[in-house]
Design a protein around this ligand. Sequence first.
Ligand SMILES: Nc1ncnc2c1ncn2[C@@H]1O[C@H](COP(=O)(O)OP(=O)(O)OP(=O)(O)O)[C@@H](O)[C@H]1O
Ligand SMILES: Cc1cn([C@H]2C[C@H](O)[C@@H](COP(=O)(O)O)O2)c(=O)[nH]c1=O
Length: 212
Amino acid sequence: MSGLFLTFEGIDGAGKSTHIDALAGAFRAAGRTVTLTREPGGTPLAEKLRALALNEPMDALTEALVMFAARRDHLLQVIEPAIARGNVVLCDRFTDATFAYQGGGRGFDREVLQQLERWVQSVPAIRLPGLRQPDLTVWFDLAPSVAAQRLAGARVPDKFESQPQEFFARVAEGYAQRLRADPRRFLRVDADQPREGVWQAVERGVRARGLL
Ligand SMILES: Nc1ncnc2c1ncn2[C@@H]1O[C@H](COP(=O)(O)OP(=O)(O)OP(=O)(O)O)[C@@H](O)[C@H]1O
Ligand SMILES: Cc1cn([C@H]2C[C@H](O)[C@@H](COP(=O)(O)O)O2)c(=O)[nH]c1=O
């Protein structure tokens, strides 16, 4: 069976986590081997970079470079080998997050991000000029005010979770721009509904594309 690469996106607190696990269960029940991973992170080096990115103050270019450095290691060490083995890779965040958070939230230059995307996602398994991109990106779309209510008191906020709602409004617009640029890759899910409704939308969307 061919490998699959699915990514999950949304502002902090949009509710991705539960559904990634549930989807992993559905793929396993269908006989697939699943690789569950996340960004920034997923390798020992990328997890060290994650700790820096989520906790240390840095300028927007430095932040973008750290995200893409972690991504390059993760792609080469984990994602590409798993896809080559025929696994289903379920990755909590990927490059859309960089366009949304560093591009939208921080206002960083999207052309620089596009160049970094081209460098980092050019991999030997894919003939140029193609790039490694997800087969499907599930975007959990939720208003920043609702996400903030869900996160209130849930955990100690990191550098991003401490940002004001206006930051997350820009992040959400960053996701919307990525969807407009490549609508076939995205499944937009209305995350402002009970968990069961969100799950049904995720499962239906994945099945409708013939991936499950
Ligand atoms: N549909 C829902 N309705 C109400 N609360 C929810 C729903 N889905 C998740 N939650 C709650 O909202 C909080 C954030 O959810 P979760 O951690 O899954 O979000 P996330 O998108 O993975 O966040 P992050 O990206 O910041 O890790 C949790 O306390 C979770 O229990
Ligand atoms: C990949 C990526 C992530 N971020 C931000 C988004 C979140 O605030 C954190 C990751 O935390 P999570 O609880 O695991 O979702 O990092 C970012 O700013 N840029 C990126 O490329």
